[in-house]
Design a protein around this ligand. Structure first.
Ligand code: FAD
Length: 527
């Protein structure tokens, strides 16, 4: 068997995982679990990861899709955190330039709003210094006229000017995928659609495995490991409950909703971070031919696997948007798609959802179960470092091994090997030329280059092979699907439509029109 991250190899990986004792079993294939798999595999551990849905199907495909610089933490005077996330952002951009890209963000200053001109200018200045923001990305303060020139849709009334700073845009699900693919290339085994239903304990009451149910084959696997990490995001407390260790601190799950509107209805040019009447702030971000707006932040107690978007959520975002951009006058009928995500935050008595800290924390139970809770997409590498440091410390004490330090800051993620982030634009140009030579449609090629980075070569190679036969149709889609099945473990059409491409959110109509075709082609490829 060729060791590829293929849907066809899932069974083999599960057999491998259950055939001997792993050093580390990770429960949960969101960004947190995948980040831990990457760090642990790189330090030489024998790693297995199990995800009960698809990779990133939990919160890690439902965020605002930003790699933050930590401005929010500055407001809360968390100076150390501002420095750390600033550094993390720079590392991620360097290691994955195809999916982590700078995005200038406008912060409008409104009469009686959260930010005054002097405090914003000073705040952003301090932020630039603390987060070591690159010179060309440092803050600019704009007059009212300059702000309106950047974004003519902005409301005129009460506008005093704006601050311009940088966030980085990403695709959260693709980032998770690139991390798990990189972990796999370093020796970790990872399987989707296989949940841990029960924990296994040895005679001393220490947790040493999990009973996993593969919902595709219907088979059950007993997987043993020296250490078990619970990285299940919003589900961490349900695993802790099984472990009888749900005492003391616990999660406070909050729901965040985003809506997507066509650029024809909301032709926003410039990404914005703006005030809402209730004192919160939300983003509006142009992406491809759409604008997405979010997020809400409300306490959530419903089904963790299927949070839904309510009419109140929609109305809240529509009202806030119309208030800041009065000329567009959008309504609920303009919403093309939407998503709801759950923040796995740590409960603090008396605090409202928006005031809860986004910090992460590790809980160690009497049975030895290691749980990592809280945190952000942006900080996943540091969260993984902390968790794996604890794992290797325990392994070294209990089994007398020695393990290297975390080196993930130097690991280029799958698809990101373009020779450094500053070569990205050249890389895109070269690949567009290649696409034109082989007859691949330009706009589609551009999308795939930005989606798969250097791995786009594999899609192009397959396209050339398929395109040799004149009777062959849909060669571009087929080539991409082959890649997703063989190297990104796509099992179901929704894996491709939602998490490998994001089309379900940002190209809703097309994704609906093509879902039958995608289903048919997947059936053919997976046979
Ligand atoms: P998840 O992604 O939920 O992963 C946990 C996984 O565990 C799930 O896939 C689940 O299926 C699996 N699982 C559960 N139980 C089991 C089991 N028994 N067996 C196997 N698998 C199991 N952060 C940022 O940095 N930038 C942002 O712009 C940003 N925006 C956000 C906006 C919103 C609305 C929300 C909700 C969050 C946002 N965040 C952002 C935070 C960030 O998205 C989360 O912190 C992060 O995605 C959490 O990842 P996770 O891996 O811990 O959890």
């Amino acid at each position: 068997m060729v060791r590829t991250f293929s849907q066809q190899n899932r069974q083999h990986f599960l057999n491998e995982m259950s055939s001997g004792e792993l050093d580390l079993l990770i429960i949960g294939g969101g960004i947190t679990g995948c980040g831990i798999a990457l760090d642990a595999a790189n330090r030489g551990l024998k790693v297995g990861l199990l995800e009960m849905q698809d990779f990133a199907a939990g919160t890690s495909s439902r965020s605002t899709k930003l790699i933050h610089g930590g401005l929010r933490y500055l407001k809360q005077l968390e100076i150390k955190l501002v420095k750390e996330v600033g550094r993390e952002r720079a590392i991620l951009h360097e290691n994955a330039p195809h999916i982590v890209k700078p995005e200038p963000m406008l912060l409008p200053l409104i009469k009686n709003g959260s930010f005054g001109k002097i405090s914003t200018s000073f705040g952003l200045y301090v932020y630039d210094r603390l987060a070591q923001v690159k010179k060309q990305e440092r803050r600019k303060m704009l007059s009212k006229e300059e702000a309106l020139k950047k974004e003519p849709l902005l409301r005129d009334e009460g506008l005093k000017g704006a601050g311009l700073y940088y966030e980085y845009q990403t695709d959260d699900a693709r980032l998770t995928l690139e991390v798990v693919k990189t972990a796999f290339s370093l020796g970790a085994n990872a399987v989707n659609y296989c949940g841990v239903e029960e924990l296994i304990y040895n005679e001393s009451g220490k947790v040493n495995g999990g009973v996993a149910f593969d919902s595709i084959s219907g088979k059950t696997h007993h997987i043993y490991a020296k250490k078990i990490v619970n990285a299940t995001g919003p589900w961490v407390d349900s695993i802790r409950k099984q472990d009888r260790s749900l005492t003391g601190k616990h999660l406070h799950v909050t729901k965040g909703v985003h809506i997507v509107v066509d650029q024809k209805r909301f032709p926003l040019r410039q990404a914005m971070y703006f005030d809402v009447e209730d004192g919160r702030m939300i983003f509006a971000i142009p992406r491809a031919d759409k604008t997405y707006i979010g997020t809400t932040d409300t306490t959530y107690r419903g089904d963790l696997a299927d949070p839904t978007v309510s009419i109140e959520d929609k109305n809240y975002l529509i009202k806030a948007t119309n208030n800041m951009f009065p000329s567009i006058n959008i309504s609920v009928d303009d919403i093309e798609s939407s998503w709801a995500g759950l923040r796995p935050l740590i409960h603090e008595e008396g605090k409202s959802p928006s005031d809860l800290s986004r910090k992460d924390e590790i809980f160690l139970s009497n049975s030895g179960l290691i749980t990592i809770a809280g945190g952000k997409l942006t900080g996943f590498r540091k969260m993984a470092e902390k968790t794996v440091n604890l794992v290797v410390k325990q392994l070294a004490e209990e089994y007398r091994g020695s393990y290297p330090r975390c080196e993930t800051q130097h690991i280029t993620l799958s698809g990101g090997d373009v020779g450094g982030a500053n070569r990205w634009e050249n890389f895109v140009k070269e690949k567009l030329e290649l696409a034109s030579k082989i007859g691949f449609e330009k706009k589609k090629a551009w999308t795939l280059i930005h989606r798969y980075g250097t791995n786009v070569d594999k899609v192009f190679e397959r396209f050339v092979e398929l395109n040799k036969y004149r009777f062959n149709t849909e060669c571009e889609l087929k080539a991409e699907l082959y890649y997703c099945v063989e190297e990104e473990m796509v099992v179901k059409a929704e894996d491709y439509l939602i998490r490998r491409t994001g089309d379900y959110y940002f190209n809703w109509r097309k994704s609906m029109n093509r879902s039958d075709l995608v289903n048919r082609l997947l059936y053919m490829i997976q046979k």
